[in-house]
Design a protein. Structure first.
Length: 85
């Protein structure tokens, strides 16, 4: 049965290889700083992620956005891209 355990950052750095072996067996490790959880070390599924397919975002951007993509920025935004005087 998989176990969950909380370890502090120093312990995680010192015993990282051992923690990885436990994760490979199905355990989950919570890494804490000063007793507060900040990260979780868990295994990945054996399946590879699905490859990205070109064109799957078609229609994601509205025609209004595309029609105006080359328009100048509004002055209140443009000022952040210009040197200060």
């Amino acid at each position: 049965m998989a176990k969950s355990e909380t370890v502090n950052i120093h312990e995680a750095k010192t015993h990282f290889s051992k923690l990885i072996k436990r994760v490979e067996r199905g355990d989950e490790i919570v890494i804490a700083r000063a007793g507060h959880p900040v990260a979780r070390l868990c295994g990945m599924s054996a399946e590879s992620p699905k490859p990205r397919v070109p064109g799957t975002g078609k229609g994601y951007f509205s025609k209004e956005f595309i029609d105006h993509i080359d328009d100048p920025l509004p002055p209140e935004i443009q000022r952040y891209f210009e040197p200060e005087e």
